[in-house]
Design a protein around this ligand. Structure first.
Ligand SMILES: NC(=O)c1ccc[n+]([C@@H]2O[C@H](COP(=O)([O-])OP(=O)(O)OC[C@H]3O[C@@H](n4cnc5c(N)ncnc54)[C@H](OP(=O)(O)O)[C@@H]3O)[C@@H](O)[C@H]2O)c1
Length: 293
């Protein structure tokens, strides 16, 4: 237990990587994020107490208590339900790393958030606004999903431009962009380069639209674009902890403005149904499982 917390899981968000595991290697399925209460505190984890509400990266589908290194745990704000808390940690850490650490978003920057209706995408729009983006262009292939998204983002401090990419070329609307958070990949890479301003940055987060692309390197060089890939898979435990701690410290006072949108909550016993629902791509925000006790 040294340096760890023992946590009883109350809720866990589903992530696209869980769905991919469910389809390809279901025996590995254990979840990637959770919220729950601390039931035991190990030596050298003394900033926490039994009964604290935590959210963390970890095995959220576990029906047994899970060990969480204390530096992967974030205190849950009082205003959050268990479901909201279980739905935020991975999106928060991924998007803080993409927008702030790698994206270097400056105040008044112009941002494109691809797949903005996704779990990570919504948090990314909210976080861009928190970091002072002047405008966020939020893309989706579905007008219906954008209509569902709009009310959740009505209190944003940035201008929000919703772009339905099934009917509009986003790069004709979003121009001179400083940061593109790319949750889609190959199918948008060439247009990303067109949309970027000189010295724009593209942070490559997800590849649901493909992993292999052809791009015009002349244009990349001319605009001096920084194209940065990110993933948790090749990070050491220390690097993951750094990402978590940076995201937690920077957003501590502002978590209420990062409340996730919950599409639907399922009992953990129905995890397979919840994952099957994710595969239909009809959700806006997060699908969550709860461990009702
Ligand atoms: N690098 C990292 O550290 C990291 C961490 C977390 C997540 N991710 C990645 O981020 C992405 C989103 O994850 P999530 O868990 O938030 O997923 P999610 O909630 O399931 O949302 C994925 C969304 O992507 C869009 N999409 C699906 N297929 C697409 C395609 N072929 N072309 C364009 N858009 C497509 C859909 O939105 P519309 O129907 O609205 O277009 C879909 O709802 C995934 O690729 C995931 O692997 C990366």
């Amino acid at each position: 237990l040294d340096g760890n917390l023992l946590v009883r899981v109350r809720a866990a968000g589903l992530n696209r990587a869980d769905y991919i595991e469910f389809r390809g290697a279901p025996e590995r399925l254990k979840g990637r994020e959770l919220a729950g209460e601390v039931i035991e505190v190990g030596p050298n984890a003394s900033s926490w107490s039994v009964g604290d509400r935590v959210m963390a990266l970890g095995a959220g589908f576990s029906t047994e208590p899970v060990l969480i290194p204390q530096d992967l745990a974030i205190p849950v704000p009082d205003s959050f339900s268990w479901e909201e808390a279980g739905a935020l940690p991975l999106a928060l850490c991924t998007m803080h790393d993409a927008i702030v650490t790698n994206g270097q978003l400056a105040r008044d920057g112009r941002v494109v958030m691809h797949a903005a209706t996704s779990g990570v995408g919504i948090t990314g729009v909210q976080l861009s606004a928190l970091y002072g983006a002047s405008v966020v262009y939020a893309t989706s292939r579905s007008a219906k999903k954008l209509d569902t998204l709009r009310p959740h983002l009505r209190e944003l401090d940035s201008d929000l431009v919703l772009i339905d990419t099934s009917t509009h070329a986003f790069e004709q609307i979003a121009t001179e962009v400083d940061l593109i958070v790319d949750n889609v990949g190959a199918s948008v890479l060439e247009a990303n380069i067109k949309a970027c301003a000189v010295r724009g940055r593209i942070v490559q987060v997800g590849r649901l639209g493909g992993a292999i692309a052809e791009i015009n390197l002349d244009e990349l060089a001319r605009k001096r674009i920084a194209l940065v890939g990110v993933t948790f898979r090749t990070r050491t435990p220390g690097e993951v902890a750094e990402v978590v701690q940076r995201a937690a410290a920077d957003t501590r006072e502002h978590l209420a403005s990062l409340t996730p949108r919950i599409e639907r909550v399922w009992p953990v016993a129905d995890l397979q149904e919840a994952l099957t629902a994710m595969g239909t791509d009809s959700h806006v925000g997060k699908i969550v499982v709860t461990h009702d006790r």
